[in-house]
Design a binder for this molecule. Structure first.
Ligand code: FE2
Length: 181
């Protein structure tokens, strides 16, 4: 399976959204493969990571995020579960879960209630090692133009997670220990 062929079905090649999506997804793929190398004992599926990291944000075009060239109707935070729906329709159930479970360091039903998030009420936490690796790698790269190129520092990411609770920061740190150690 070539993830670019799938992206091409939903994005016009050369469009702003397409360029941003491809660049971001390649950055995340590279970081995810680096992370996977740190945990050979857990046998992460590298071919799956390559595909799923390229597809994890496929749902963004359905959101109303003009700075990313996305002119859909839904709030940005919905791009995870919307991506899941897209990939499930074409039979990629396992990749679909990566889409749904990569927002922040994972979202719980409690988070959805507490912050009144516009999401289906279910846990959206990365479970498999591949889901965890891709969620982790994604945190290092913004899709905004100004910060598109450079990788965020671990400290920056922790500061960003802090308002969502110490549990989030701790989960991220546990990944730092696993995937960067
Ligand atoms: Fe995303």
């Amino acid at each position: 399976m070539n993830p670019i062929d799938i992206i091409n079905k939903y994005y016009r090649s050369g469009s702003r959204a397409y360029e941003i999506l491809i660049r971001h997804s390649k950055q995340v793929t590279r970081k995810a493969l680096d992370a996977a190398k740190k945990v050979p004992q857990l046998n992460p599926d590298l071919d799956f990571i390559k595909e799923a990291a390229m597809l994890h944000d496929i749902g963004i075009f359905l959101t109303n995020t003009h700075e990313l060239g996305c002119k859909g109707k839904m709030p940005y935070i919905c791009h995870g579960y919307l991506g899941r729906e897209i990939l499930e329709k074409i039979g990629l159930q396992r990749h679909a879960l990566v889409c749904e479970r990569h927002i922040g360091v994972g979202i719980t039903t409690e988070d959805i209630k507490n912050y009144a998030l516009p999401l289906p009420k279910r846990d959206m936490l990365p479970v498999s090692i591949e889901e965890q690796i891709i969620c982790f790698a994604d945190k290092f790269f913004s899709k905004n133009r100004d910060s598109l190129k450079k990788e965020k520092s671990v400290e920056d990411i922790k500061q960003y997670l802090k308002p969502y609770g110490l549990e989030k920061v701790k989960r991220f740190q546990s990944w730092v220990d696993m995937f960067m150690g």
